[in-house]
Write a protein that binds this ligand. Structure first.
Ligand SMILES: NC(=O)c1ccc[n+]([C@@H]2O[C@H](COP(=O)([O-])OP(=O)(O)OC[C@H]3O[C@@H](n4cnc5c(N)ncnc54)[C@H](OP(=O)(O)O)[C@@H]3O)[C@@H](O)[C@H]2O)c1
Length: 323
């Protein structure tokens, strides 16, 4: 997934540090370690090498280090050796449990090191990892990569970071090698993971709608490729609703300046009927139709689509009309 950096106000970005004074140039070539050389970890290590960083690598299956060693990386014999080799240690393995395995294997070398966890996980896992790292004498930044391996190192590759600000600032020049969109989200190490799952929420749910639509037109013999330009046009257009709806949610006011929920409800009933007529699984649009029906039953027919947000909130945060 590739995306533009979110607005971050005055939050520091690694990219911004790249324009700093000349001594930053030396900082930018600090030694780094990358642990985990799957698709993403290999791309991270390659980006550090391209940036001129002395790069030590370790992978459970050692042969995955071969292409990087051929490009100048140093292969560590153990996790502990890898952690000892550099002040900044990037870990990118399958998930939380694997990261814990790695940390435990490298614990003797961890005191004083900065661990950057770029494996995906939940915010709870990220916070637990930061606590575990601190208990072992290290410092932890937790990151979320909003790019695919082929985008790593690009000026617009976005990686979100959370953790102690001083630690981020100290290592921002090196982290800039991974992407110009390195963005600091604050001291809480759990927030980047929260952003990551929330953004994937958008990707999975909206792309499921695309697949449903393609199955629907497919019943008429219309090829997905024939339909795709129209789907892509709509997908792009829908993005323009995001800031407007975000403002309505922030204000707690839902003026229907585009279309009312009552109008949406009439429209989605056509979709569920069309799906049913064609024996296409209608559970996805029926779920959304149910949200609209509940809103209309609560007297919200004249509000905008964004009003549905209230139905997703935890019960204690819902307004009286949405409980
Ligand atoms: N690929 C992407 O587009 C992308 C984008 C954003 C975030 N991410 C995140 O980046 C992380 C890595 O993804 P990937 O695509 O690189 O996956 P991958 O290609 O499957 O690589 C997984 C890596 O984890 C290592 N590993 C697994 N369990 C381990 C353990 N217990 N101890 C030590 N190493 C272990 C594997 O070692 P072996 O080689 O020995 O199996 C391998 O190096 C994931 O959390 C993923 O969600 C990936």
């Amino acid at each position: 997934m590739s995306t533009q950096p979110p607005p971050n106000g005055d939050l520091p970005t690694a990219g911004a540090r790249r324009t700093g004074p000349p001594e930053d140039a030396a900082q930018e070539r600090r030694p780094v370690t990358v642990i985990g050389l799957g698709l993403m970890g290999s791309a991270l290590a390659a980006a550090f090498l391209r940036g001129g960083h002395p790069t030590t690598v370790w992978n459970r299956s050692p042969e995955k280090a071969d292409p990087l060693v051929a490009r100048g990386a140093v292969r560590a014999a153990s996790v502990a050796d890898a952690v000892a080799a550099a002040p900044l240690v990037v870990v990118c393995v399958t998930g939380h449990d694997a990261v814990v395995d790695v940390i435990d294997a490298g614990r003797t070398a961890l005191p004083g090191k900065v661990l950057v966890n770029l494996a995906s996980g939940s915010s709870r896992q990220a916070r637990a990892l930061a606590d575990r790292t601190a208990a072992l004498g290290g410092h932890c930044l937790d990151g979320a990569i909003l790019a695919t391996p082929d985008g790593i190192g690009d000026p617009d590759a976005v990686i979100l970071y959370g953790g102690p600000q001083a630690v981020f600032r100290a290592h921002a020049p090196a982290l800039a090698a991974l992407g110009g969109g390195a963005t600091y989200l604050g001291a809480d190490p759990g927030i980047p993971s929260l952003y990551e799952v929330a953004l994937l929420d958008i990707m999975w749910t909206s792309l499921t709608g695309v697949l449903h639509a393609m199955a629907l037109v497919g019943t008429e013999g219309i090829a997905a490729t024939e339909f795709a330009p129209f789907a892509a046009m709509l997908y792009t257009g829908v993005g323009s609703f995001v800031p407007r709806y975000a403002q309505q949610i922030a204000d707690g006011k839902y003026p229907a300046d585009d279309s009312t929920l009552g109008t949406h409800l009439a429209g989605i009933r056509h979709l569920t009927e069309e799906s049913g007529d064609r024996a296409v699984d209608a559970r996805l649009p029926l779920y959304v139709q149910g949200l609209m029906e509940r809103a209309v039953a609560r007297g919200q027919a004249g509000d905008s689509f964004a009003r549905l947000v209230e139905q997703f909130a935890p019960p204690e945060n819902r307004g009286p009309s949405a409980r």
